[in-house]
Design a protein around this ligand. Sequence first.
Ligand code: NAP
Ligand code: F7E
Length: 318
Amino acid sequence: MKKALITGITGQDGSYLADLLLDKGYKVYGLKRRTATPNFENIKHIQNEIEFFSGDLRDMTSLAEAVQAIQPDEVYNLAAQSFVGDSWRQPIYTSEVTGLGVTNMLESIRLSKPDARFYQASSSEMFGKVIETPQTENTPFYPRSPYGVAKVYGHWITVNYRESYGMYACSGILFNHESPRRGIEFVTRKVSDSVAKIKLGLQDKLLLGNLDAKRDWGFAGDYVKAMWLMLQQEEPDDYVIATGETHTVKELIEIAFEHVGLNWQDYVVQDARFMRPAEVDILLGDPTKAKKQLNWEPQVNFEQLVKMMVENDLQKYQ
Ligand code: NAP
Ligand code: F7E
C-alpha cells in the first residue's frame, strides 16, 4: 500500500487530494496544526481514515519527525498562508510559512526519505504583473505580493533540490481553483456565500474590491488529479495547470446573481478596503504541456463551477 503525506490537509486542496488518494487505495497521513477548536470541516467525512501528525511548516522538528515515522512514498506540500490579501498584513509570517516552510519540508525529506516523491504547490501568482499572455512553464516570474514572492522562493528551492540532490521534486504551477470547500475570504466563495444569503434575505449588500481583475478559474477537484499525475511520471518536472480561459470578477458576479434570479447591480458595492496595494490584473494559463504529458483535462467549466458553489451555499443556509 502506497503511503502519502499531505501538508495542508484541512484546506480546500488537501481535502480533495485526500479523497482522491483514499479512493486509489493509499494510506493517507495528514500534517495538522494544533487548534483551540476543531478544524475538520473539509475532511469530516474521511477523518477516521486519515492518520494525523501534529506539526507546523515553520517548525522543522515536527516535519522531520513525521517524515521519519511515516517513510512516505509521496509528499504533497499544500500547506501555506494562502490568502494574497493577508500577505501584505503579515508579510514576515507569509515568507516563513509559504516560502521557508518549503525548505523545511525538503530538508526533512532529504535527511530521512530522500527517494520520496515531492509535490510543491506553486502558484500562478508568481507571474503577477505578467510578462506574456498566456502564461506557460517558461514565462518569467514577476510576483506582485509578499505571497507571490514567497511562492517564487518555494518554486526555485524545489527545482534546486531536484537539481542538487536528484530528488523527485515537482512544482505544479496552478492557476486559481475553487469549490464549495474554498475559504470564505476568496472572491468566488465570498460571492457564492453572499448571493445565497442575499437570496434568502439574510444579507443586504456585497462589498467587493476590483471588479475588473481577470482570473483563469477552475475546479479544485480537477486540479488535485493533476498533482497526483505529476508524481506518477518517469521524470520529475514542472507543469502549468489551468483551464485556458479567463473571466473578470464582474462576470463571476453576473453569473452568480443571475443563477438566483437577481440583478447584481442592486447589491454589489465597491469598497476600497478590498482593493490591493498592487494588483494582478490578468492571469491566463496555457495547460498544453499538462494535457500532452499528463493526459490531464479539466472537467468543470467556469459557469458550472459558479453555479455549483452558489447551489452549495444556498443548501447550507436553507
Ligand atoms: P487553503 O485552503 O488556505 O489551505 C491551506 C492549508 O495550509 C490549511 O490546511 C492550513 O491549515 C495549512 N497551514 C497554514 N499555515 C500552516 C502552517 N504554518 N503549518 C502547517 N499548515 C499550515 O489553501 P488551498 O486553496 O487548499 O491551497 C493549497 C496550496 O496550493 C497552498 O499552498 C496554496 O498557496 C496553493 N495554491 C492554491 C491555489 C488556489 O487557487 N486554491 C492556486 C495555486 C496555489 P489550517 O486549516 O490550520 O489553517
Ligand atoms: O482574488 C479580486 C482580487 O482572493 C481574486 C489564492 O488561492 O489564487 C488565489 O489568489 C481576484 C483578485 O484570489 C475582492 O483583487 C475583488 O484580483 O479570490 P482571490 P487570488 O488573489 O487570485 C492564487 C492562484 C493563489 O495561489 C492564492 O493562494 O478578485 N477581488 N474583490 C477580491 N478578492 C477578494 N478576496 N475579496 C474581494 O472582496
